[in-house]
Design a protein around this ligand. Structure first.
Ligand SMILES: Nc1ncnc2c1ncn2[C@@H]1O[C@H](COP(=O)(O)OP(=O)(O)O)[C@@H](O)[C@H]1O
Ligand SMILES: [Mg+2]
Length: 250
């Protein structure tokens, strides 16, 4: 195994996926260092969601290498094994349990991780309660913890779902279009929230909102036709004529 694999949190090399002959992913290579947050941009149909499907084991690549945490060959694992390994994904539409309180939503998300061992070591659930408080601080919803999820705004539901991801204690978080439909204030808060999460997680964020991407202040990858078109700091990527032609100028 090469050094590039062992030192990375996520390693994609020359990945290909075709659906009925249509090349949705076509020679995609990308490396994320541990602790890095990466923003992914690109036009509709570029393959952003399919890339997440591949990383999470929902779609099997036809060709290429996909490694996680420097040692796991993701192609050899199924979706549930990959989730257990520490890759959490947030889909575009929030899928919180509306008729449950925020606390119960987080508890449900945590229970997936609760092993016999942690129950024996922590019978009163003290560590769990502590962790729940930390997550509520991160997602800015501590004062709403006894409320039903149904009573949250769309943006707050997205934050709760990010909290449910954190409750599963992933190393890598994949977040697909988190600020779609949010107010400007919620969008700005989401950038702060993700930057906080990125202090101790590796994060991949797909988003179209360029003001939000600017607030994230991280390396940007622009996908187009299933491969990387440009990569680097936002200023250089957004000045790239090819990026302007296929995405920003539209
Ligand atoms: N399961 C599938 N079957 C057939 N085509 C698919 C499937 N998933 C994605 N595609 C196609 O692959 C391309 C990439 O889609 P997607 O990854 O959703 O793009 P993005 O998220 O960048 O908008 C699109 O043309 C889409 O129609
Ligand atoms: Mg998509």
């Amino acid at each position: 195994m090469s050094n590039r694999v062992t030192s990375s949190m996520l390693y994609l090399d020359n990945v290909h996926v075709a659906f009925d002959g249509f090349k949705a992913i076509n020679g995609l290579s990308m490396i994320l260092e541990p602790g890095e947050m990466r923003a992914i941009i690109g036009p509709n149909g570029a393959g952003k969601t399919t890339m997440m499907d591949i990383i999470t084991g929902k779609t099997a690549p036809d060709e290429g290498d996909v490694w996680f945490d420097g040692k796991h060959d993701l192609i050899t694992y199924d979706e549930s094994a990959i989730a257990t390994m520490g890759i959490g994904r947030k889909f575009q539409k929030p899928t919180v349990f509306e008729s449950h309180t925020l606390e119960d939503n987080l508890l449900l998300a945590m229970s997936g991780r609760r092993s016999i061992k942690t129950m024996l070591l922590d019978p009163g659930g003290k560590a769990e309660a502590q962790r729940m408080n930390e997550i509520f601080d991160t997602i800015r919803l501590g004062e709403r913890r006894k409320d039903f999820a149904a009573d949250l705004s769309h943006g707050q539901k997205q934050w709760l779902e990010i909290g449910m991801l954190l409750a599963q204690d992933p190393k890598l978080l994949l977040v697909d279009e988190p600020v779609a439909g949010m107010t400007d204030a919620e969008t700005e808060e989401t950038a702060r929230l993700l930057r906080e999460i990125a202090r101790d997680h590796t994060v991949v964020v797909v988003e179209h909102d360029m003001d939000f991407i600017r607030d994230l202040d991280v390396k940007v990858t622009c996908l187009h036709e299933g491969a990387v078109l440009a990569e680097g700091q936002l200023d250089s990527v957004s000045a790239d004529q090819r990026v302007i032609d296929v995405y920003l100028g539209r």
